[in-house]
Design a protein around this ligand. Structure first.
Ligand code: GLU
Length: 449
């Protein structure tokens, strides 16, 4: 029998060779492997069955052409993808991202993380992700609609309520889900459960829009509670100004904390009076404008063009990166430590680089990885699937309470598992091991498939 360290090293080496150049994917793999090694040292039966080697190989990757016509009548083309990574515990589940940076590496990293995130929710959903390098910025409503219809014309051949259930991610919100759903319905049948994040008027779930941001704050709330602390009077830094950021800000304010930053791809706002949420919602959700508009209206806000939120030098206790992958690098992490940060919780997927995470660990900062802390979005997606199967719509309070309970359980599982493995502050280890353990057990039980 090979020892765990050697076994994991060989898998890692093979992936680095085969997927050479897929930076984000290999980053997610490298971040996961130390935890996997610790787990396998205790469970050699999984080494004998090569569960990790099989799991790291996606079950299926679909890549397709998305032709569409712009408003000037030009014929355009983009690349579409769906990564069906792992279906051990349920149908593939994960969002669609429309952003010019999208490529195979980014979607594979997202789908890989999604396997463990979905496992941690305790709900029956496997891991997947998809999207396109289509850039929704500056496109008209009609262009978005035509693109979504063409994307779904192909994707519809590969998904279904018991097969694969996509949702939103960066660049895909209620509007896009509406167009995607309309096209699916036209091609196949009225199968509400084929997508989640649907508008409330056609089978969407209450609280789904808020779920990732709220869930992130609930996770931190339970951590604070365990440390005899709370959000009251805490200064909080948030990056991003999309769905996750907006509802994280809303919940922090509700719990008595003060969020003083948010950002978009051209710069960030520092508002020492606290972000004015109704203004932010009006600008981002209703008018779909840039953050510069916020600074024009709000006296207390300062706009920093072309700069990262994480360069700000002000005192604060909690950081919630809610923009995108690798936004906090090693130096920016050091800056946060100098600002006196106590907790970093990821609303985005993999916003902290490997080196940034090491900085937090060395400085004894609580680091809450996205696969645990931002699992609230997909958890409520699974609750949306349940409501669709029941043909019922739950009240907001019921969904919100379930979300809070799920986030509490995820937090407790991470902490308990981390403690079992010798370091209760290492929530990354706890999340990776607990997420992996469930999937590994099921793969073992289902045989070589
Ligand atoms: N895109 C979200 C995530 O990263 C949600 C996925 C879903 O609801 O299926 O978890």
């Amino acid at each position: 029998m090979t020892n765990a360290t050697e076994y994991v090293r060989l898998i890692q080496e093979k992936l680095h060779q085969q997927d050479n150049g897929q930076e984000e994917f290999l980053q997610a793999i490298d971040e996961f492997m130390p935890s996997a090694t610790k787990f396998l040292e205790k469970h050699p039966e999984y080494i004998n069955r090569n569960i990790l080697g099989i799991l790291t190989e996606p079950e299926r990757i679909i890549q397709f052409r998305v032709p569409w016509q712009d408003d000037e009548g030009n014929w355009q083309v983009n690349r579409g993808y769906r990564i069906q990574y792992n279906s051990a515990i349920g149908p593939y589940k994960g969002g669609l991202r429309f952003h010019p940076s999208v490529n195979l590496s980014i979607l594979k990293f997202l789908a890989f993380e999604q396997i463990f995130k979905n496992s941690l929710t305790g709900l029956p959903i496997g891991g997947g992700k998809g999207g396109s390098d289509f850039d929704p910025k500056g496109k008209s409503d009609d262009e978005i609609m035509r693109f979504c219809q063409s994307f779904m014309l192909e994707l519809s051949k590969h998904i279904g309520p018991s097969i694969d259930v996509p949702a939103g991610d960066i660049g895909v919100g209620a509007r896009e889900i509406g167009y995607l759903f309309g096209e699916y319905k036209r091609l196949k049948q009225y199968d509400a459960g084929v997508l989640t994040g649907k508008p409330l008027d056609f089978w969407g779930s209450k609280i789904r829009t808020e779920a990732t941001g709220y869930g992130l704050v609930y996770y931190v709330k339970h951590l604070l509670h365990a440390e005899n602390e709370s959000f009251a009077n805490k200064t909080v830094f948030v990056s991003g100004s999309g769905n996750v950021a907006i509802y994280a800000i809303e919940k922090v304010h509700e719990l008595g904390g003060k969020v003083v930053t948010c950002s978009d791809s051209s710069g960030y706002i520092y508002d020492p009076e606290g972000i004015d949420l109704s203004l932010l919602k009006e600008i981002k959700e209703e008018k779909r404008q840039r953050l510069t508009e916020y600074a024009k209206v709000r006296q207390s806000a300062v706009y920093h063009a072309d700069a990262s939120v994480w360069t700000l030098k002000e005192k604060g206790e909690i950081a919630l990166p809610c923009a995108t992958q690798n936004e906090i690098t090693e130096n920016l992490a050091r800056n946060l430590v100098e600002n006196g940060i106590m907790i970093v919780a990821e609303g985005a997927n993999m916003p902290c680089t490997f080196d940034a995470v090491s900085v937090f660990e060395q400085a004894d900062v609580w680091y809450c990885p996205g696969k645990a802390a931002n699992a609230g979005g997909v958890a409520v997606s699974a609750i949306e699937m349940s409501q669709n199967s029941q043909r019922l719509s739950w009240e907001s309070e019921k969904v919100d309470q379930q979300l809070d309970e799920i986030m509490q359980t995820i937090y407790q599982t991470c902490r308990k598992t981390a403690a079992e493995y010798g370091n209760e502050k290492n929530l990354l280890l706890g999340a990776n091991v607990a997420g992996f353990e469930k999937v590994a057990k099921v793969m073992y039980a289902q045989g070589l498939v």
